[in-house]
Design a protein. Structure first.
Length: 462
């Protein structure tokens, strides 16, 4: 029996009794029942066949224990962990640590998820290298940004501490058997953790990719996985009306295909969940943004994820959401009970515009703002949903991580695309390698030069 409150999903804001004629009716969902059931059964069969290994991550007790042990070892020798990674190698850890930690006794964790030289120079100038350990994360070792960081840090550590000191301060998370980083790690005798076979970057947060930095920061990764397992039970139900991933994924699919709502705004009313919205952005965009369907036909589908922050973006974006085009659906993330809440003092009672605030807690006011925005959107006929957790802790994060991953696969099944690949990302990677002079890319480099040479100077203002 779980020892935490289950996450709740409120989808009233998708239905006509709340938003009027643009809303759906229960029978709109029921009409898709056979397709939804087929998608869920197919996912179940693929999972049983070992083709969706990320589902098993929160159940892998040996892996979780190993990661916890390594994190304890790092904490005993170092005070700072710097993660070298990008995309799925970075976003999940950042989301969890900013939401809950770091905790007392946890390491300071910095994630270098870009190659901006100013950012990297500033961090390296500020940290104490003597007390810092680095975790380079790349399944293949082909990620140019991450490996560029690694080569810079490697050289710096060798110059400062020698080969032995470098090996002590570098940990690689990579493929267990193959790839450039695996070969480098083996050759240089680096400590390693595995990226599980078949687990893509954006589905890797509950693998050593995400769990090691999260554990190093002092968070309870066992509780995160417990929350994920509890959500897995709920998202394994074949009945769409009892399965939050199936219901939410279906409604988002209907919003995109029946209401042309091609933008999905994730709007947490909690500063700590803003990075989770960034993690979700990669998951939703990279998984669902596809040109081709499974049958090879051109479909060009997908919703554009947008992050917003309540109540901050009530004063910057909500005007567009309420009165702009009907091309958006907004999902609110709500925390029912905010830790370390503050009470607003009574003062200036003669001023009605201030007096009503006295005695309210900031958390309660923030949640009132969420409800008010939700209702304002409903009055304007805009589609919304609300995901609520009792409090923001590790178990809540585990539920959210797993819900969003499962929801993505359901939506992918309904769109009829492969949510596990990302062919559109490869073209840019290939051209970067060509421009950087990688051997074997000479023909593409010539093509890139031709494309750049086609630019017209009169369309460049100087």
């Amino acid at each position: 029996m779980s020892t935490f409150e289950p996450l709740s999903l409120d989808v009233n804001g998708f239905f006509d009794h709340m938003v009027g004629v643009r809303g759906f009716r229960r029978e709109d969902v029921d009409a898709l029942a056979s397709r939804i059931t087929a998608v869920l059964k197919d996912l179940g069969l693929r999972r049983e066949a070992g083709k969706l290994p990320f589902y098993g991550l929160p159940y892998d007790e040996a892996m979780i224990d190993t990661v916890a042990t390594v994190a304890d070892q790092l904490r005993s020798s170092y005070s700072t962990l710097v993660v070298l990674g990008i995309g799925g190698s970075a976003l999940g850890a950042k989301a969890a640590i900013e939401a809950v930690g770091p905790t007392d006794g946890g390491m300071r964790v910095e994630v270098l998820d870009n190659i901006d030289p100013t950012t990297i120079r500033c961090l390296l100038a500020e940290i104490d290298l003597e007390k810092t350990v680095f975790n380079v994360i790349s399944k293949s070792g082909e990620t140019a940004e991450t490996m560029a960081q690694f080569l810079i840090i490697r050289d710096m550590l060798i110059q400062r501490f020698g080969q032995r000191g470098y090996r002590e301060r570098m940990l690689a998370t990579t493929d267990q058997h193959e790839g450039v980083l695996r070969r480098v790690a083996d050759r240089e005798k680096l400590r390693t953790l595995p990226v599980p076979a078949g687990v893509g970057g954006r589905f890797s947060v509950l693998s050593p990719v995400g769990l090691l930095p999260i554990a190093a920061a002092g968070l309870d990764i066992g509780r995160i996985c417990e929350g994920a397992r509890a959500m897995d039970v709920r998202t394994s139900l074949v009945d769409v009306w009892g399965n939050p991933a199936a219901l939410h994924g279906t409604l988002l699919y209907l919003a995109a295909t029946r209401r042309e709502a091609h933008v999905h705004v994730l709007m947490p009313y909690c500063d700590g969940l803003l990075r989770l919205a960034e993690w979700y952005g990669q998951l939703w965009a990279e998984s669902l943004g596809k040109r081709h369907a499974l049958d090879g036909s051109i479909v060009e589908v997908g919703q554009t994820p947008v992050r917003a922050l309540g109540a901050t973006d009530q004063h910057s974006q909500v005007q567009l959401y309420v009165e702009g085009p009907h091309d958006k659906v907004v999902t609110f993330l709500r925390v029912e009970h905010h830790d370390d809440d503050l009470t607003i003092p009574h003062a200036f009672d003669e001023e009605e515009s201030l007096a009503y605030l006295g005695g309210l807690n900031l958390g309660a006011l923030l949640n009132m703002e969420q409800r008010a925005t939700e209702l304002a959107l409903a009055e304007a006929g805009r589609l919304t949903s609300v995901l609520a957790v009792s409090k923001l802790d590790e178990a809540a994060l585990g539920q959210l991580f797993h819900l969003f991953e499962a929801q993505t696969l359901v939506a992918g099944g309904l769109f009829g695309i492969n949510p596990l690949d990302q062919p559109g990302v490869e073209a840019g990677k290939e051209m970067t390698r060509a421009m950087a002079g990688r051997r074997g890319y000479e023909k593409l480099a010539h093509s890139v030069d031709q494309r750049l040479g086609a630019k017209r100077s009169n369309l460049v203002l100087r």
